[in-house]
Design a protein around this ligand. Structure first.
Ligand code: RIB
Length: 311
């Protein structure tokens, strides 16, 4: 079985539930709190493993009390964490303000996720560098230093391993070299608007904005559109739209990670393009119905049952 390698962040998600966002200077009473496992890398690895793919995660945790529960949750999801290194200091933390409509606002403190490469000029660890050519697909996001993603993508490119880059994480422009030769680039609608400066109100506008990345070397742009579903825009071939499945939304945190990981799994399985989108939207529809990011990633059987129950 071709394995999936995820290189990315691990975070302790510090949840506070609130009725609405506070205004500057206001003290607002929360209605609940919890610490849950998250981080875009960890979420995507857990989602892929729960969907049945042999999955490795390469990342960094700290030496504080937040690290162990994340590693336990990843092990329970059957993610191989041999490439997750403990670094002196704090694990990444995300303060998640969860509103009652399921929407969130996040403040990120990267901690160990930003210790990659500090001592070695961003040279890739030998073990991670060796794992890239041995994998069937490399999945990246933007919560670790961009230089690490670039180094990983270079190794993947020279060994013929396809790369999916999820645009989630840092809000800065993407280094042009990182986009060259990407199998799939997956922004959500606000990331697409921010990165291109173009409107994304209609599907035609989304397609036009997505196509600007073809000109920058990306083969396929997969846009996550939240309640509108998703739009797949290949450089050549048919543009496909998949509407979202209407479900009650409890917490949208991690739904984009779930979607991208499910798409990666479906791609590795050789599912046809339309089924990949349906599979990914179904996984995300299940994810938003549970609180938490990593804990909300659905199992394969749940996704299959959900799809079978659709008209
Ligand atoms: O994509 C969701 C993730 O973003 C959360 O788990 C949080 O850790 C932030 O990094």
């Amino acid at each position: 079985m071709r394995s999936l390698l995820v290189i990315g962040s691990l975070n302790a998600d510090l949840y506070v539930e609130i009725p609405r966002l506070p205004i500057p200077g206001e003290t607002l009473a929360g209605t609940g709190n919890a610490v849950r496992s998250g981080g875009k890398g960890a979420n995507q690895a857990a989602a892929a493993a729960r969907l049945g793919r042999l999955t490795w995660l390469a990342g960094r945790v700290g030496t504080d009390a937040f690290a162990a529960p994340i590693l336990t949750d990843l092990a329970e999801a059957c993610v191989d964490t041999a490439l997750v290194k403990p670094m002196p200091g704090a694990t990444g933390q995300a303060l998640i303000l969860l509103q009652s409509d399921g929407d969130n606002a996040i403040i990120l403190s990267p901690g160990a996720n930003h210790t990659w490469g500090l001592a070695d000029g961003f040279a890739m660890d030998t073990a991670v560098a060796a794992a890239i050519p041995a994998s069937g697909l490399l999945l990246l996001q933007r919560e670790i230093p961009g230089e690490v993603n670039l180094a990983a993508a270079r190794i993947a490119r020279s060994s013929g391993v396809p790369v999916i880059l999820d645009a989630g994480g840092e809000a800065t422009p993407i280094p042009p070299e990182l986009l060259i030769g990407l199998h799939t680039f997956s922004p959500n609608e606000s990331e697409l608007a921010r990165l291109t400066g173009l409107p994304v109100d209609t599907l035609d506008q989304v397609e036009a904005a997505a196509r600007t990345f073809h000109r920058r070397g990306v083969h396929h742009v997969l846009v996550k559109l939240g309640a509108r579903g998703c739009l797949s825009v290949p450089r050549e071939g048919t543009v496909l739209a998949q509407p979202a499945f209407p479900v009650p939304v409890v917490d949208t945190t991690g739904a984009g990670d779930c979607f991208t990981a499910a798409y990666a799994v479906a791609l590795l399985e050789g599912q046809d393009p339309a089924r990949r989108l349906r599979f990914a939207c179904a996984a995300a529809a299940l994810c938003v119905q549970t609180k938490g990011a990593l804990p909300a990633m659905p199992k394969r059987a749940q996704v299959e049952a959900f799809l079978e129950a659709q008209p």
